[in-house]
Design a protein around this ligand. Structure first.
Ligand SMILES: *Cc1c(COP(=O)(O)O)cnc(C)c1O
Length: 378
């Protein structure tokens, strides 16, 4: 099956008792057993729920994984993955990653003795130099947030395998419609399904897709033991959202390309960061690694200050000033004062994250309206 078909049918079948085409919302905490431990595959809903199972099969299909495990949020899924590691283990990650990931790593896991290096992962020599005998995992985001750098999945996986290091890719920004990291040999993919997968800004949800048996067993055990599981209604909403993933992302990307061109020729804009622009340093790589360039883009103002960015954002009418991304509506944000506020200013600057940087998540509105809205805000 090709992608658009998979997004609708992967692992899905109509419900047995009624023939319902969509899986019911199985709102139950427990399941009848005909004798102790004899049941129809489910015993208690922390461990499993048929609505969740339908969603897990769909996400696994999209990423080309054997299985997926769903969680109550993206960070809950990351938290479960991180608990595979032990004090003294070292993890390499990028210096412009999702602010919440940085917070989870440094505020929760560092105090438990896990070591992190945050580096520019487009620099493969630097990646090699950062590896120590204790390095157990590379946490990869591509495109990165919010600088839209593209890191070379194939090469990073090669380096990781040579050194017996796991690679886990946060594929939230690209979505499986545009990029499937397991095809490049990555060990697992994480999603904040809150974003493109669910796609309607109405649910918080996380997932991990993998074919690695050890990771899977670990995740299933975590689901059962620590229980950060999504409710059946949230699973249903995410599953419903995924059915239109392909058409939503396709439209958003078309819009983003036009907006990037508009911004690129605007006199008040400093720099436009979008992998689809020929001037983007990893344009070629993005072309090879992704099916298209995505619908996230960032730009700086010539007047490079948080105040100028805040003023710009407060005058947009179609773009909503909000954190998050990947929904049908276009959102606008200033990472330095919002999502990346928890990253210290020196670190932000070192990573190239300017104060005026504005990040937009392009939705599926008419692009003429989006461009007119940005135009009047200037
Ligand atoms: C939002 C986000 C997360 C965290 O997901 P939640 O669903 O908000 O917990 C992780 N990674 C990236 C890239 C994100 O955008």
């Amino acid at each position: 099956m090709k992608f658009n078909t998979k997004a609708i049918h992967s692992g899905q079948k109509s419900e047995e008792t009624s023939g319902a085409v969509m899986p019911p919302i199985f709102q139950t905490s427990t399941y009848e057993q005909s004798a102790p431990n004899v049941h129809k595959g489910y015993d208690y809903a922390r461990v499993g729920n048929p609505t969740r199972t339908a969603l897990e099969k769909l996400i696994a299909g999209l990423e080309g994984a054997d299985e997926a495990a769903c969680f109550a949020s993206g960070v809950a899924a990351m938290d479960a993955l991180m608990k595979m590691f032990r004090p003294g283990d070292h993890i390499i990650s990028s210096d412009d990653l999702y602010g919440g990931s940085y917070r989870l790593f440094t505020s929760i896991f560092e105090p438990y003795g896990i070591k992190f290096s945050f580096i520019n992962m487009t620099d493969l020599e630097l990646v090699r130099k950062t590896i120590t005998p204790q390095t157990k995992m590379m946490w990869i985001e591509t495109p990165t947030n919010p600088l839209l750098r593209v890191v070379d999945l194939k090469k990073l996986v090669e380096i990781a395998k040579e050194n017996n290091i796991l690679t886990i890719v946060d594929n939230t920004f690209a979505s499986p419609y545009l990029q499937r990291p397991l095809e490049f040999g990555a060990d697992a993919v994480l999603h904040s399904a809150t974003k493109y997968l669910a796609g309607h800004s109405d649910v918080i949800h996380g997932a991990v897709a993998t074919s690695n048996k050890e990771i899977l067993e670990n995740l299933r055990f975590q689901v059962k033991s620590t229980g950060a599981v999504p409710g059946p209604m949230d699973c249903y909403l995410t599953l419903r959202g995924i059915k239109t993933l392909a058409v939503r992302v396709q439209r958003s990307v078309e819009n983003a390309r036009k907006i990037a061109d508009f911004l690129n020729s605007h006199p008040k804009v400093g720099q436009v960061l979008y992998p689809g622009l020929q001037s983007h340093p990893q344009h070629e790589l993005a072309m090879n690694q992704m099916d298209d360039f995505g619908a996230m883009l960032s730009f700086t103002l010539k007047n490079d200050s948080i105040e100028a960015a805040v003023k710009f954002m407060s005058t947009t009418k179609v773009f909503t000033l909000a954190e998050s991304l990947g929904g049908v509506e276009s959102l606008i944000s200033n990472p330095a004062s919002m999502t990346h506020g928890s990253i210290p200013k020196e670190l932000r600057e070192k990573a190239g994250l300017s104060d005026s940087l504005i990040r937009i998540s392009v939705g599926i509105e008419d692009v003429e309206d989006l461009i007119a809205d940005l135009d009047q805000a200037f």
